[in-house]
Design a binder for this molecule. Structure first.
Ligand code: 5GP
Length: 140
């Protein structure tokens, strides 16, 4: 995966590649996915060149978080979908194909057939206690 600066989304941000814009402010851009899973499938990206969530600045993260609900509401109103998935892949093995952070908003209709495979397992509480405490301490 190449750097965020080289990605197709940077070319969209700079206007070199066209897109169907649904939202824009100083920090955030949102546009329709070129290969939608369903009608209205939208990508929301920070203008900051960050490949994944862990490298995003707090200001850009705050801007993303602030506008997501209203973008979701507008998509639902326009498409008529009342359910939707938010998906955000980080890194190739997590399914990320474009190395510029993006959040998918995917409306779900009664005939939608997209699925995300989950194989949940029972939690190991000993390990859970250990990892939760370690993460908590690191963030603090
Ligand atoms: P990822 O697999 O990285 O989570 O999702 C990348 C998404 O970007 C895919 O759903 C793909 O269809 C979309 N995409 C890739 N290239 C373009 C493009 O040039 N224009 C638009 N609008 N979407 C793109």
């Amino acid at each position: 995966m190449s750097d965020a600066q080289d990605s197709i989304f940077s070319l969209i941000l700079s206007g070199k590649i066209p897109s169907h814009k649904v939202y824009e402010d100083d920090f955030v851009y949102a546009f329709l996915d070129i290969n939608p899973l369903t009608r209205g499938h939208t990508l929301v990206i920070p203008k900051e060149e960050s490949p994944t969530m862990d490298s995003l600045s707090e200001d850009s993260a705050a801007s993303l978080g602030r506008v997501l609900p209203k973008i979701c509401r507008a998509i639902m109103q326009v498409t008529g979908a009342s359910n939707y998935n938010l998906i955000q892949n980080n890194g190739e093995s997590a399914g990320q194909t474009v190395p510029h952070l993006h959040i998918h908003i995917i409306p779900r209709y009664s005939d939608s057939d997209h699925s995300f495979v989950w194989n949940p397992k029972s939690i190991n509480h000993l390990d859970a206690k250990d990892i939760a405490e370690s993460i908590f301490t690191l963030i603090k």
